[in-house]
Write a protein that binds this ligand. Structure first.
Ligand code: SF4
Length: 101
């Protein structure tokens, strides 16, 4: 009985550790410019590479890290509510950019 409980606790701890690692891996995955959602929004990891003919309102001063939807998670990347479970580049941009208040 005692052994079973102990085994259960060990298994639970192992499961929790695996889940944490999975979450970490998801948190660190970067959005690729080739992702369908990224393509639909004209996302670029480098704002200076944005096609200004296609997006005439774009300016190089517009970056993910000064966008209202950006959730900083370090100097180089952060979360964005449009790309759940992935990270966008701090220096990135997409057509949904909105000035941070
Ligand atoms: Fe970057 Fe803002 Fe577009 Fe998200 S909505 S990808 S933070 S510019």
């Amino acid at each position: 009985m005692k052994n079973t409980r102990r085994q259960f606790l060990i298994m639970s701890a192992a499961g929790a550790a695996t889940l944490s690692l999975n979450n970490l891996a998801h948190a660190q995955a970067m959005v690729a410019e080739t992702d369908p959602q990224a393509q639909a929004l004209g996302y670029k990891a480098d704002t200076t590479k944005v096609d200004t003919k296609k997006y005439p309102k774009h300016a190089n001063t517009q970056r993910c890290d000064n966008c209202a939807l950006y959730q900083p998670k370090g100097a180089a990347a952060g979360g964005c509510s449009l790309f759940a479970g992935k990270q966008v580049a701090a220096a990135g941009w997409c057509s949904a950019w909105a000035k941070k208040a």
